[in-house]
Design a protein around this ligand. Structure first.
Ligand SMILES: C[S@@+](CC[C@H](N)C(=O)[O-])C[C@H]1O[C@@H](n2cnc3c(N)ncnc32)[C@H](O)[C@@H]1O
Length: 275
């Protein structure tokens, strides 16, 4: 594949506009490794030609395939542990108290292959077991991602032993999954049915999402420019009820929005409360 500077620049502009992902200037190798196969299959020789093909054939599905290939889908169960402990011990009790008689709504805003929303659903089940009758109206989890292939994985609710080994205790595996044979496991219906999966680009309008009590937007903003990140954080604020909570990734911080969010130190971990 030819990755001339002009071609690469054109591709960088295309990708940021399509999904917010900002490629560093020296990321030619990353682009080649992720797109080589697709471009070979399509007989496309350069990134410039690829961008042109996407623009002239908008219905070909090529745009979606390219964006899909360029996203990083790394995830695991109960990632970083503390968000799910803070959810059970602080955020759920507070939100139940603040919203009596209402079903809690939680958004997993870049859900990858489903480990995050299903971990939230398991954490809710654990909360209900030790706080019987408190979550009377239940909880709904809306899980969204840009990637069609990831969402297809999520919806099956099935995982292989490699995925299962990443962050899931034996106890949770036995309680929340059914063996399917050949090293595969299926998440049980009560955990699965709490989660609704939807295709959604974080750059698009949030109007159809409604309001949430809790938002998980973890390990995705790191790929965006400071301006796009700020814009998304302001729009997420618009989806949160006052007093609702935002969980970011362990290495992500929220700077410069003091009118929108208050930082809450949870030892371990930091979360943000909507003003
Ligand atoms: C590294 S994964 C994070 C998964 C999960 N939140 C976690 O922390 O384990 C990042 C996800 O963000 C998604 N993504 C990237 N750009 C996006 C966008 N503009 N809109 C929605 N999802 C996006 C990718 O498809 C990918 O599944």
């Amino acid at each position: 594949m030819s990755t001339g500077n002009l071609d690469f620049e054109q591709f960088r502009v295309f990708l940021e506009k399509a999904c917010g992902i900002l490629l560093g200037e020296n990321k030619q190798y990353l682009v080649s490794s992720r797109l080589n196969k697709l471009m070979e299959q399509q007989g496309i020789k350069s990134l410039g030609e690829l961008v042109q093909r996407i623009q002239t054939q908008p219905r070909s599905g090529l745009r979606e395939q390219v964006v899909d290939a360029m996203t990083t889908n790394e995830t695991l169960w109960f990632r970083d542990t503390y968000p799910f402990e803070v959810l059970k011990n602080k955020v759920l009790p507070e939100q139940i108290k603040a919203n009596p008689g209402q079903r809690l709504r939680i958004w997993s805003a870049a859900c990858s292959s489903g480990q995050e929303p299903y971990s939230i659903s398991m954490a809710i089940d654990e909360f209900e077991r030790s706080n019987i009758g408190q979550l009377k109206m239940g909880a709904q989890i809306v899980a969204t991602d840009l990637s069609g292939s990831m969402l297809a994985n999520c919806k099956t609710g099935e995982y292989d032993s490699l995925a299962i080994a990443r962050g899931l205790s034996q106890e949770r595996l036995q309680r929340y999954f059914d063996p399917k044979g050949a090293g595969r496991w299926a998440i049980k219906a009560p955990i699965r049915s709490r989660v609704e999966f939807r295709a959604f680009n974080l750059l698009d309008s949030y109007a159809s999402l409604g309001k949430f009590d809790i938002v998980f937007c973890r390990n995705v903003l790191i790929y965006f420019s400071a301006q796009v990140k700020k814009d998304i954080l302001m729009r997420i604020h618009g989806t949160l009820k006052p007093g609702g909570y935002l969980f970011l990734g362990a290495s992500e911080a929220l700077n410069g929005l003091p009118d929108h969010y208050q930082m809450v130190q949870c030892s371990p971990g930091i979360i943000y409360q909507a003003k």
